[in-house]
Structure formats: structure tokens, C-alpha cells
Design a protein around this ligand. Structure first.
Ligand SMILES: *Cc1c(COP(=O)(O)O)cnc(C)c1O
Length: 437
């Protein structure tokens, strides 16, 4: 157990967190040399696996046909939103603003279509190969045949989730034929549980936080020898699935003639829950694009788990509940009190910093993005926009900003039912009205 009084005298930022004030934590180790347990070759391996599965997606998920079975999202320039933000900003954004619209990713409508789905594919491939039913050179469309579903049905897949990870894994694992259980924290939206049950997934609900749900999920998988546990708190497969985004983004940057070099720095704003998806993407970007891309994480003031873990260096050994804060946020995708075991370690030298934000402003940004660009995202996914203004002053001290490119990672939202989305928008409009008074 950590002594919190001692810790907060060593790290005064903890007192700010306890008061729910916004903080910017600048990573003192950014750009130092480090040995990492994974490298570029692992990203290429993951991309090759996605390519092998492309023919499978074409037959099993026909909505992926137009992209030839590749799950990818567009990179959108959002000039209107930039004007809206700059009209109210204390530090006007220089350079151009883009949205990486993972809210439009097929299958789960969120960034979890990268990591979550990737780990299911990797497991399925291994099972099929071990059974002597698949070789790497096969056309993987055959995995959609009934005999494979029958084979996979002898295996279980278990995951703990606040919502979207369960959704992505549940949908794909069930389609492959796996016996799938998703353990959901109390933050998970009802529609996600309903949809999963409709698909045949076993949904176990807890009236408790994510740390509890994932602990129970892990325990249930340990008791079942046929079950494979997908560990959001420490899986490198999840991590590498997310990292593939960097290869895809590099292609999109080139296609849109966006230069990245010393005079044209690229800033990428990523929301962090356990820190798995933003770390995976950030790792990929640093490996693929290099020194002139600078990743920045966004976290709610009420649940800044990765900030707390990284600034104290305790990573997964400390949770926001240890410092007595409530963990309450409308950003359900970020409602995670304890960071993953790998996020802080992998980000130690690769992350520029973390900025926290207030829910009210995030909700406002959800509505503004809808009004300005006609793009709907879930609350978590707007938080990259929410932190923009706060970090510009800091960035200006370190980089030339005139020719900067800013990419806000919109992590989810296209599967949110209309009634839920209307509620988010109503909340956001009332925040807009408050600031206009
Ligand atoms: C999961 C999720 C995140 C954060 O990802 P972590 O891996 O938990 O850090 C952010 N936004 C949305 C919409 C998500 O579903």
C-alpha cells in the first residue's frame, strides 16, 4: 500500500488531482533512449495478420467489402470545427486540424476494432493452425465455414470491459463461433449489453467499477481450461493491434500531402482509459513516423489513471481511488481507475505529456462537432478536442507551430443508438448555452 501523504509531498500535482483541477503533466523522460520489448517488426507482423484475414472479413462482415476487408477509418480535415474552437480559445490553434475518425471504424464503431479484434484473430488463427485446418497461405474466407465455427465453439473467449472492447471482441468472436463472455462494469451502456446478448454473447454485469469487472473476468477464465482471456490490463496483442493504425495513417498523410518534419510537427491527441489503445497508437506512430510526431493523452479530471501512474512512476501499482477521488465521468470509455501494466512503461520515453479535462467541456465539444461538421462521436471520443486549447501554450515553447498538423483521435461513436446520441447532444447544447450567457 502506498503512503499517499508522502507521495503527494513528493508529487504536488496529486493535490491538484484531489481537488479535480485540470493538470498538464509534461513527461520528463520524453525522447530519452530506451530498450522496448517490442519493435517495428511486431507492427508489420500484426499488419500482415490483418491482411491475411481481409478475405474473411469480406465474407463474414460484408460492410467491409468496400475496403476489401480492411478495417480502417478516414482522416478528415475539420476546418469548421477549428474555427469554432478558435473563436473561444485562449490560445488560438496554429496549423491545421484533422480528425482521425475511428468512430467510423467498421464492426464496433470504435478504436477497439483495432486491438480487440486483432487479438481475437490471432487466437483464432493459432487454434485453426494447431488443429491442422489452416496454413498461412490459405484464403482465410474459409474460416467462415460451419466446420470452423464448430471447431471454435469448443473454446471460450473472456474479456472485461467498460463497453467498447467487449463490443468489438464479442461481435467478432461470436461470428467466428467462439463461446464468448464479456464482463461489464457499471459504466457500460445498456445498448451495448443488449446488442451483445442479441449476438449470442454471455454478458456478466457488475454493479461495480472496471477494475472489479476485469478481475472477475480473469478469475472466471482461470477456472475454465478452454477459455482464453483477453487482458486489457496488459496484453501486447491488443497493443500491437492498435499500433497498426500508424502504418495506415502514414499512407493517409502521404495521400493528403501532409508533411511531417521538424518545421511541420505532428501532434496527436489521444483519449486514455487503461492507456492501452493510445499507447499502442502512440508507439506505432513513434516507430513508423518518427521523431517529429508528438503524442499527447487526454484524461478526465475525475479519473486521471494514466497521469497518476506515470507521474508517480508507480504505473499499475496505483489507482485513482487510492488518492480518494470519485472516478465519475460521462466519458464511459475512459472510466478506468487503474492504468494497464504496459501503458506507462511503453510510454515512458514516447509520450510528450498528458492533459486532463472537465466533462462539461467535453460534452460541449460533442455538440459543437455535431453542429460544425455533422460528425457524431461518443463523449470519450471528443476529449482530444477538449484538451487542445490547454496544451497549445506548452507546445509553443517547444516547437514551431505555424506549420503544425494536429490530429484529434475520435475513438468511437457511430454505433451509439440515436436516443443515446440525442441525449449527449442535448447535454452538450446546454453546456454551449451556459457559456453563451
Ligand atoms: C477504450 C476507449 C478509449 C481508451 O482506450 P484505453 O485502451 O482504455 O486507454 C477511448 N475512447 C473510447 C471511445 C474507447 O472505447
Amino acid at each position: 500500500m502506498v503512503d499517499i501523504n508522502e507521495l503527494s509531498s513528493e508529487f504536488p500535482m496529486i493535490k491538484e488531482m484531489q481537488a479535480y483541477h485540470k493538470i498538464f503533466w509534461k513527461n520528463p523522460n520524453y525522447k530519452k533512449e530506451a530498450e522496448l520489448p517490442v519493435g517495428s517488426e511486431h507492427i508489420f507482423d500484426a499488419e500482415a495478420r490483418f491482411q491475411r484475414f481481409a478475405p474473411y472479413f469480406e465474407v463474414a462482415f460484408p460492410e467491409t467489402l468496400s475496403d476489401h476487408g480492411i478495417l480502417e477509418s478516414p482522416l478528415l480535415k475539420i476546418d469548421q470545427m477549428r474555427s469554432v474552437l478558435n473563436a473561444e480559445a485562449t490560445h488560438k490553434l496554429q496549423g491545421s486540424l484533422y480528425l482521425k475518425a475511428d468512430n467510423y471504424l467498421p464492426i464496433s464503431g470504435s478504436i477497439k476494432s483495432r486491438g480487440g479484434i486483432y487479438e481475437v484473430l490471432k487466437f483464432a488463427e493459432r487454434v485453426a493452425i494447431d488443429h491442422g485446418e489452416l496454413v498461412y497461405g490459405d484464403n482465410y474466407a474459409k474460416l467462415n465455414e460451419p466446420r470452423f465455427k464448430k471447431m471454435f465453439s469448443k473454446y471460450g473467449i473472456v474479456v472485461g470491459s467498460t463497453g467498447n472492447l467487449g463490443l468489438s471482441i464479442g461481435i467478432v468472436a461470436c461470428q467466428l463461433g467462439f463461446n464468448t463472455s464479456v464482463h461489464m462494469s457499471s459504466d457500460a451502456a445498456q445498448w451495448k449489453k443488449d446488442l451483445l446478448r442479441e449476438k449470442g454473447v454471455t454478458v456478466v454485469e457488475y454493479n461495480d467499477n472496471f477494475t472489479h469487472a476485469i478481475t472477475e473476468a480473469r478469475r472466471s477464465a482461470e477456472m475454465d481450461p478452454s477459455a482464453y482471456f483477453i487482458d486489457d490490463e496488459g496484453s501486447f496483442d491488443l497493443f500491437l493491434g492498435y499500433a497498426v493504425a500508424a502504418l495506415r495513417l502514414q499512407t493517409q498523410l502521404k495521400a493528403q500531402k501532409i508533411t511531417v518534419d521538424k518545421e511541420h510537427p505532428l501532434f496527436v491527441y489521444l483519449p486514455a482509459g487503461v492507456g492501452g489503445s493510445p499507447s499502442g497508437v502512440a508507439f506505432g506512430l513513434k516507430k513508423v513516423i518518427g521523431a517529429n510526431v508528438h503524442p499527447i493523452f487526454a484524461e478526465p479530471t475525475h479519473i486521471p489513471s494514466v497521469s497518476l501512474g506515470m507521474l508517480t512512476g508507480l504505473n499499475e501499482k496505483i489507482s485513482v481511488y487510492d488518492i480518494g477521488i470519485d472516478g465519475v465521468t460521462k466519458a464511459d470509455g475512459l472510466a478506468v481507475g487503474r492504468p494497464s501494466r504496459i501503458a506507462g512503461k511503453m510510454m515512458d520515453t514516447l509520450l510528450y505529456g498528458i492533459q486532463t479535462f472537465d466533462d462539461q467541456k467535453m460534452m460541449k465539444n460533442v455538440a459543437e462537432l455535431h453542429d460544425a461538421e455533422n460528425i457524431d462521436v461518443e463523449p470519450s471520443a471528443a476529449s482530444g478536442l477538449t484538451i487542445l486549447d490547454d496544451v497549445q501554450a506548452q507546445l509553443e515553447k517547444d516547437y514551431p507551430m505555424e506549420n503544425a498538423t494536429h490530429i484529434v483521435w475520435a475513438t468511437g461513436g457511430s454505433m451509439v443508438p440515436k436516443s443515446d446520441m440525442d441525449q449527449y447532444l442535448a447535454d452538450g447544447e446546454s453546456e454551449i448555452n451556459k457559456t453563451n450567457l
